[in-house]
Ligand binder design. Structure first.
Ligand SMILES: [Fe+2]
Length: 293
């Protein structure tokens, strides 16, 4: 298998864990320049109070400023349903282009309807600066990255490979965490299995960085593993687990899962590249579609 990036480059990866949503955000730095990217930032929300704050994003910004880095990309691996993106807030302070998978248009179509957004909500991905297609490459300083299309958890999921590091989004969890659910609109256990196999076809020593970890069985939070480790030990797809095993298990498990606590605000914000929607007077306002999900 040949890939469009030089995998002998080792980017510097700094991880930031958000305990409110179990999300890991990353600053990824080109080893030969000051250029960096942020993967999957988090905007803090107290949903009960309707209050949004920026402690997590401010920490990313502070680190980038302190290290004298230049932010070139703010990448979303997918439209998250469990946390809100802080991409526009970070972009306003530090610049950089906000990028997501081009199938964002499918997500916007589905949830534009669910939230009855009307015609002013564009469903063409134009809220983002870049829409990645499978195999698209981009530069972070002198380091090349590429986007690998990995649908299944959602129709817009991408895994981003930069040098010898891959950012898996929700396509994989740590080996003892397995995989993410596939029952959101446009999700598919069959597609997720095939996408995971694409990721596990990367070189064995490729470093994999997760978007989430829940510390299964009481272990400490972790976010980094390798392709070899996932192939051997992932509890949903590793060892001798077959595609059929996975699809059956995933479908049965998903049928029992409750909706993520923040799915309603997350989708409305994240399908707009992290912008909070506004009402007719321009006030930030979120909706709750009753029996709509
Ligand atoms: Fe997700």
């Amino acid at each position: 298998m040949t890939y469009p990036v030089n995998m002998n480059i080792t980017p510097d990866v700094q991880a930031f864990f958000d305990d409110a949503t179990n999300t890991i955000s990353y600053i990824v730095k080109d080893p030969t320049s000051d250029a960096c990217a942020i993967i999957d930032s988090v905007m803090d929300i107290d949903y009960a109070a309707g209050r949004i704050t920026f402690d997590h994003a401010d920490e990313l910004i502070r680190q980038i400023e302190m290290r004298g880095l230049k932010l070139e990309w703010i990448i979303e691996t997918h439209v998250h349903a469990d946390h809100l993106s802080a991409a526009p807030y970070i972009q306003q302070k530090l610049g950089g282009k906000i990028g997501v998978g081009h199938k964002i248009t499918v997500v916007q179509e589905v949830f534009g309807k669910v939230f009855n957004e009307g015609t002013e909500f564009q469903r063409d991905g134009s809220q983002f600066d870049a829409l990645f297609e499978d195999g698209d490459t981009y530069m972070i300083g002198n380091m090349q990255g590429f986007a690998m299309y990995t649908p299944g958890h959602t129709p817009a999921c991408m895994v981003h490979v930069m040098g010898n590091a891959a950012f898996t989004g929700d396509t994989l969890f740590m080996p003892d965490g397995g995989s993410a659910r596939c029952d959101f609109p446009g999700g598919s256990a069959e597609e997720l299995y095939d996408s995971i196999m694409k990721v596990l076809a990367l070189p064995d020593d490729m470093r994999l960085f997760m978007c989430h970890d829940y510390g299964p069985n009481g272990r400490d939070i972790q976010w980094e593993t390798t392709v070899a480790d996932e192939k051997a030990n992932n509890i949903h797809v590793g060892g001798d687990k077959t595609r059929e095993d996975f699809i059956k298990f995933r479908t049965e498990r998903d049928a029992q899962l409750a909706m993520p606590k923040l799915i309603i605000p997350s989708l409305q914000v994240n399908m707009r590249a992290g912008e909070v929607p506004t009402d007719k007077d321009g006030n930030p306002m979120l909706k709750v579609p009753v029996n709509g999900l």
